[in-house]
Design a protein around this ligand. Structure first.
Ligand code: PMP
Length: 427
């Protein structure tokens, strides 16, 4: 009752393009651990975590305590016109964790702003407005970030301050090089990159921006080593490499702390957001000092890296390192992948199961192999009816995305697998 009333008020005053999940959208009013409760009192195991953002889970005393302690000082905000101790400490931690030599950090409020900043840095540093991006990418909702977003469903406008050329390597399951071995796929993508550079640019490109695993694009995973091979070509031209770690950062992929770790290359810049604040609005860029300092005009983010967000982010980072949540993501991610592949073998509607760590995509198909957004929609509803929240995405909106908090337990992973099995069976 209360939710349907809220839905009509939502529709009356919020934009039509602000998509809601479920035929009967829910309002989450309480949460603890990995479980959330809606306004009708239904409890759900949360396997989407506010779009990978509640990285540790809900109501974590260490994180809530750190935020409360900051609130108790009376200082919610000062602006960066004044020293912010926690911002400096957090920047030191992130610079150290980045693996980027001589790194500096700039804090923003979102992933979009982080990527806008990285693109600004790269284009200024290189004095070029040309940028490379991957097909099927998602990098944000502002003009430059929409420009490098290779997914029509999320491209609100073609207006862009950057001139973008798209390369292959994003959505292997359905792209032109589908079916090739890992080595041949990498070779084909590298040849495409060279061709794109030679035919669509003047050579002096500023940067390539890429998600190591595409998030909105449906958790698509390139072969390890793709970006290693790309980096060799980029280095020939002096083109910078920006890794968008908004979804893949902080150990979520299990194997590595940053998604790009799977490729053994050090980017010139990395962008981050989502999981860092465990729900608080914080994002940023970590980049080589020379690149970060290449802007000569003044620039500021009024709220970026504010005392509350940085207090929460520091506590989140401490928690995930102290509890080896990357290790947990690796272990439980593997058991989820194995379980889902076994479920997939029993159901023709499952075309592909892929991912790393706690970033797993299940792609749904029609009998002939065409994308089946209807099946993904049905699974979304069925899992919800059985007490599990999952995400959806992919170019064709036919991929179910699983990305629970990294504190997930074995029992919860087994529970989710059971619900997914019966939900897929039911459709
Ligand atoms: N980059 C990636 C890889 C993302 O997944 C997102 C958000 N889905 C963004 C950037 C934009 O982040 P935000 O929504 O915080 O602006």
């Amino acid at each position: 009752m209360s939710e349907s009333d809220l839905l009509s008020r939502h529709r009356a005053v919020l934009p039509s393009w602000l998509a809601l999940y479920y035929s009967e959208p829910i309002e989450i009013v309480r949460a603890q651990g990995r479980r959330v409760v809606d306004a009708d009192g239904n409890t759900y195991l949360d396997f989407f975590a506010g779009i990978l953002t509640n990285a540790i889970g809900y109501d974590i005393p260490e994180i809530s305590g750190a935020i409360r302690a900051q609130v108790d000082t009376g200082v919610l905000h000062t602006s960066t016109l004044y020293l912010i101790r926690k911002q400096v400490e957090l920047a030191e931690r992130i610079a150290g964790l980045s693996g980027i030599p001589d790194a500096k950090v700039f804090f923003t409020n979102s992933g979009t702003e982080a990527n806008e900043t990285a693109l600004m840095l790269a284009t200024q540093y290189r004095r070029s407005n040309q940028v490379l991006a991957l097909r099927n990418s998602y990098h944000g909702r502002a003009f430059a970030t929409i420009g490098v977003t290779g997914n029509r469903g999320w491209s609100a406008s073609a207006l862009s301050p950057v001139k973008v050329s798209y390369v292959h390597g994003g959505y292997r399951y359905r792209d032109a090089f589908r079916g090739l071995s890992d080595a041949d796929y990498v070779k084909a993508c590298v040849a495409d990159l060279r061709d794109v550079l030679e035919t669509t640019t003047s050579g002096d490109v500023a940067a390539l921006i890429a998600e190591p695993i595409q998030g909105v694009g449906g958790f698509t995973v390139p072969p390890d080593g793709l970006f290693t091979a790309f980096k060799e070509v980029l280095d020939e031209y002096g083109i910078l490499f920006i890794s968008d770690e908004v979804q893949t950062g902080w150990g979520r992929t299990g194997e590595h702390f940053w998604g790009i770790g799977a490729h053994g290359v050090t980017p010139d810049a990395m962008t981050f957001a989502k999981g860092l604040g465990n729900g608080l609005a914080i994002g940023g860029v970590v980049a080589r000092a020379e690149l970060m300092d290449s802007i000569t005009a003044k620039s500021i983010s009024t709220f970026g890296g504010n005392p509350v967000a940085t207090a929460g982010a520091k506590a989140t980072l401490d928690y995930l390192l102290d509890h080896d949540l990357q290790g947990n993501a690796a272990k439980l991610g593997q058991s989820l992948l194995t379980g889902l592949r076994e479920i997939g073998e029993r159901h023709d509607v499952v075309g592909d199961v892929r991912g790393k760590g706690l970033m797993i995509g299940v792609e749904f198909v029609e009998p002939g192999g065409d994308p089946s957004p209807a099946a993904a929609r049905a699974v979304l509803e069925q899992t919800r009816a059985r007490g599990l929240l999952v995400g959806k995405g992919g170019l064709h909106d036919n991929v179910i995305r699983l990305a629970p908090p990294m504190t997930l337990t074995e029992t919860e992973a087994a529970e989710a697998l059971g619900i997914l099995d019966s939900s897929i069976g039911a459709i």
